[in-house]
Design a binder for this molecule. Sequence first.
Ligand code: AMP
Ligand code: MG
Length: 447
Amino acid sequence: MAADTEKREMISIEEALAIIKTGIPAPVEQEYAVEEAFGKILAEDIHAPESSPRFTNSAMDGYGVRWEDVHGAEPDMPVTLDIVGESRAGTPFHGTVGKGEAVRISTGAMLATWCDTVIPVEDTEELSDRVRILAAKKQGQHVRCEGEEFREGDLLLPRGTKIAAPQAALLAAVGITRVKAYRQCEVAVLVTGSELVAAGETIAEHQIRDSNMIMLKAAIEESGGRITRCVRVADEEPATIEAIGQTRADIIVCTGGVSVGRHDHVKNGAEANGFAPLFWKIRQKPGKPLYLARKGTTLLFGLPGNPVSAFMCFAHYVRPVITVMNGLPFGWPTVSGEAGEAITNRGSRTNMIRVQLAWLHNGGYCITHVEKQGSHMLTSLSGADGYVIVEPGQTLKKGERADVYRYDFRRDPVEGSMFEVQGLRFKPQSAGLEEETNGVHGSCLHQ
Ligand code: AMP
Ligand code: MG
């Protein structure tokens, strides 16, 4: 094919992303036991089915008392009260506390009727069935009031929240055992290449070790996908058609066999199985031959075989889809740095140049490019922190600032609003926190 014809056929990175964006199947909602939902994203708003605390209780081990009996108590002027009972965590005191009376109380135990204040053990002296109060600083002290944290009906966890340990604990605390969450994106890996052998196998001179399979498994897991099937397929059309036909997943990631060679069968294999092509070939380096097709709610990515190209295509195009199908909006985690040297793209395609980041004493990052950038050179990935995108003819001058797309897939994606989920905006977990309250609320107390 003449070079200029091919150039016209290729689409830009932005065009490819726009096509992907409109083609991503909606995340799948499913009901889960909270225990099975760790790491998943809530598909529903969770409102509090009850208030917290559910009942007014003590924040300290000590004595439940009436403020009017104890105010003004000091070591030199103690107040002595009759102990009329005990309220333990799990065993409340059912009587009432009258004038001049107190109940022993444990942390978390229900406050007895007419008590409004707790005196910690440290501020008392116990005298068999009486207690001497040595200090009482404030009415309502050490009392946790019913509903002071939240009330029945309040929004506890909005849709789009990741269920981690604190969220699971909160659900348990209000008695919720099942939630609607987005099903983890299911991904299958099909590695093509008759020349490939697994790392542990004996290798002949003309063969190549398969590094894409394990690379993609790691990348998929780090991106939050669930791997459902991994197969290696020879460069034969019938075998490729059969392998694709037997694979069920949200995303099928193939590698190799997607160029113009006589033994490249992924495109035919996909289309023979009813996949409709969405694009083939992007004006980028590495990763030009990337292919995307869709059938129903399944996307098939045909990544190039060269390991670096496959990884770059995964990082820039497949990872966002996994994130969105998991129910999270996606933006690339980038870090801004300063070029430590001139970085030029002399080619005719947009170059995703692998770079290293060094932390400078002035608090910023310095960007330098990795020396050997061949698309078969895995050290250009293993020795890199990320990549910068440089347009044909563009030079990133020494000292110029640039965004580095990071390879650290375990980081949560950030707001980039490149990919949204049904109108969900990315919301950092810390947003919307209300001002801290500090415990003393007279209004709920039995006065
Ligand atoms: P292809 O895209 O199938 O033409 O492959 C391009 C280059 O990548 C060839 O040199 C392949 O041997 C190599 N390659 C393809 N698949 C893999 C793989 N799974 N692991 C390592 N190298 C691969
Ligand atoms: Mg091949």
